[in-house]
Design a protein around this ligand. Structure first.
Ligand code: HPA
Length: 271
């Protein structure tokens, strides 16, 4: 794996002029952040050695390099989900590569279902912790000490400093944000009412099918992380209705402006 990470990083370094300081993974319906980036280079995943082959319908993914909030960033337009059939190593490979080319912070967005009865559809939730409910763990297997420790600490998976900064940004811009725990599971089914209840009983505020693997691998490498979720549907008793991917995308699109603003202003605040 180390060889693959290094050769992919070397390829990317040969293509771009300025190395990014910040890595961004854009979730469902949140691609609008790309419009804010002063783009310098775009590399389709299909041209990147060792990158998983994309199965995303419609448009295939790309890495976007450019300037945002006064910093050089790399954004993943399209992520690899476990439910698509990728291994956990494939899902998290881009995070390894982004670290290898120099990112110092990882920002992640996603869409999720809210199980906290105080949440409404369209709310933004700052993720302050997670519960890993995926059937596989990305760090199972021989540990590479060059990347990180065998038993990584997870006491601050989501940087308290970045959360505090994001809350300040939200307040200064009159944006209401929720804060809570994200439970990640495999999908691709949305939850049954009993499963939403389970998610709540387990101590989470929202549930989704991404983010947790990427954060685990980032924390293995000691990268500070910040993640936000758009609550696109509710798994709250009495409020559960049929959910479709189109509903999720539509709600995400409506709330993405607020999230984009927070992410952009947060990047300005990074040291
Ligand atoms: N469950 C799981 N993943 C999701 C949901 C949900 O309700 N909404 C958006 N992604």
């Amino acid at each position: 794996m180390l060889d693959k990470i290094k050769s992919t990083a070397t390829f990317i370094q040969s293509q771009i002029s300025a190395m990014p300081e910040v890595g961004i993974i854009l979730g469902t319906g949140l691609g609008g952040l790309v419009n804010e980036i002063k783009i310098k280079h775009t590399i389709p995943y299909s041209e990147i050695p060792n990158f998983p082959i994309s199965t995303v319908e419609g448009h295939s993914g790309k890495l976007i390099f450019g300037e945002l909030g006064g910093k050089n960033v790399v954004a993943m337009q399209g992520r690899f989900h476990y439910y698509e059939g990728y291994s956990m190593q494939q899902v998290t490979f881009p995070v390894r590569v982004m670290k290898a080319i120099g990112i110092k912070t990882l920002l992640v967005s996603n869409a999720s279902g809210g199980v906290n009865s105080g949440f409404s559809i369209g709310d933004l939730m700052i993720i302050n912790d997670h519960i890993n409910f995926f059937p596989e763990h990305p760090l199972v297997g021989k540990n590479k000490a060059e990347l990180g420790p065998r038993f990584p600490d997870m006491s601050e998976a989501y940087s308290k400093d970045l959360i505090a900064k994001a809350k300040q940004v939200a307040k200064a811009n009159n944006i209401m944000v929720q804060e809570g725990v994200y439970l990640g599971l495999s999908g691709p089914t949305f939850e049954t009412p009993a499963e939403y209840r389970m998610v709540k009983v387990l101590g989470a505020d929202a549930v989704g099918m991404s983010t947790v693997p990427e954060i685990i691998v980032a924390r293995h490498m000691n990268l500070p992380c910040f993640a936000m979720s758009i609550i696109t549907d509710l798994g709250v008793e009495g409020k559960i209705v049929e959910v479709t991917h189109e509903d999720v995308q539509q709600v995400a699109a409506q709330s993405e402006k607020k999230m984009t603003l927070i992410m952009k202003e947060l990047i300005k605040e990074l040291n």
